[in-house]
Design a protein around this ligand. Structure first.
Ligand code: 5AD
Ligand code: FES
Length: 366
């Protein structure tokens, strides 16, 4: 699909014509990644953050947040729950928190990998090359870092760099790939100032980066953030502004599936937040093949407030599990078995393009 066609679909508003896009995306999903919906248990291990992203409720300047950091034992308990529920992956996420040390994460990864059959995905923000290499060596399989928008000026304006360390997530994603991780990224939809051209660029960037996982969700204004306040003041009403709507999110999910057919695509919580009744299911029916049930202990849930009114804030892991299992069955799909790794990376491995940590290679050779 070329750029003009992407732009055409992004601007299409007619419900009947859009049916053709949904059908094409659903067919691409079925033919390339099948009917399995992979379950990734999400643990939000710390809401400390040193960054000042203009959109995110965890930003350091938001003094209204009570901060927490989970203990190793608490995280391991979540891993055991994930295993008990039959999930293939544990996703370990946090704000950008230097208080979570490199060695601590390495220990955690090693313990999850030795004590459970789970794949481990890390999503800990922009961390140093040495740390990322150490975690990969400890056994981490995947890394998630959204580039948020491929427009450098818009990115700069909503994502200030730390002093002396220019933030370049695209470059960092390429280095993460070189370390042998499966790489996930994604973007927000409807950021004030984001145009249709920008969004088409984002989708083309997904293709250029050859991503293994792509998560997209609508921008949801948070009143404790500069961008949330600006949105309340009417920012983002220009003519070519992309709406942060549910429909626009489905279009991006569908186009992403068509452009990156083998990629793992979650039906995100931000989408479910806009439509609690059936957002998850519609995401899964229009290109997505992954869901991420929340395993964060309930006492921490409401403190991990990236944006307000997040779906299923008060649900226990047990409840999230039951709810998502029911939703998957209701649309005739099946829960995935095993880690649900990237089919992309398999192709790259077959072509000899993927480097793996020495340990893994030598154990295989032996
Ligand atoms: N609305 C929607 N998504 C958000 N994220 C952060 N803040 C918001 C918001 N206000 C997304 C970003 C980030 C991911 C963890 O959550 O894309 O990468
Ligand atoms: Fe968590 Fe439904 S997805 S309760």
């Amino acid at each position: 699909m070329d750029r003009n066609e992407i732009l055409h679909w992004l601007k299409e508003e007619d419900a009947e014509r859009l049916e053709a896009l949904w059908a094409r995306a659903d067919r691409a999903r079925r033919e390339n990644v099948g009917d399995a919906v992979h379950l990734r248990g999400l643990v939000e291990i710390s809401n400390y953050c040193v960054r000042s992203c203009a959109y995110c409720g965890l930003r350091v300047g938001n003094s209204g947040v009570e901060r927490y950091r989970m203990s190793m034992e608490e995280v391991l308990e979540c891993a055991r729950t994930a295993e008990r529920f039959g999930y293939g992956t544990l996703v370990v996420q946090s704000g950008e928190d230097p208080g979570i040390g490199a060695d601590w994460v390495s220990d955690l990864v090693r313990r999850v990998k030795t004590e459970t059959p789970l794949a481990v995905t890390l999503s800990l923000g922009e961390r140093g090359d040495e740390e990322l290499a150490a975690w990969r060596k400890a056994g981490a399989d995947r890394y998630l870092l959204r580039f948020e928008t491929s427009n450098p000026n818009l990115y700069e304006s909503i994502h200030p760099s730390l002093p002396g360390r220019r933030s370049d997530r695209i470059a960092l994603l390429r280095r993460i790939r070189d370390l042998g991780y499966e790489v996930g990224s994604g973007a927000m939809i409807g950021i004030p100032g984001q145009t249709y051209e920008d969004l088409a660029d984002d989708i083309e960037m997904f293709r250029d980066l050859d991503l293994d996982m792509i998560g997209v969700g609508p921008f949801i204004p948070h009143p404790g953030t500069p961008l949330g306040l600006a949105a309340a003041d009417g920012a983002g009403c220009e003519a070519d502004q992309v709406p942060n709507s549910e429909l626009m999110t489905y279009k991006v999910v569908a186009l992403t599936r068509i452009v990156c057919p083998l990629t793992n695509i979650p039906s995100t919580t931000a989408l479910a937040t806009l439509n609690l009744a059936e957002g998850r299911e519609l995401g899964l029916s229009r290109g997505a093949n992954v869901v991420m049930p929340n395993l964060t202990p309930v006492e921490y849930r409401s403190l991990y407030e990236i944006y307000p009114a997040k779906a299923c804030l008060f649900e226990t892991g047990e409840e999230c599990h039951a709810c998502l299992s029911r939703r998957i069955a209701s649309i005739g799909r099946t829960p995935g078995q095993g880690p649900g790794g990237s089919l992309n990376i398999q192709l790259r491995r077959d072509r000899g393009e993927v480097s793996r940590p020495k340990d893994e290679r030598s154990s295989e050779a032996g």
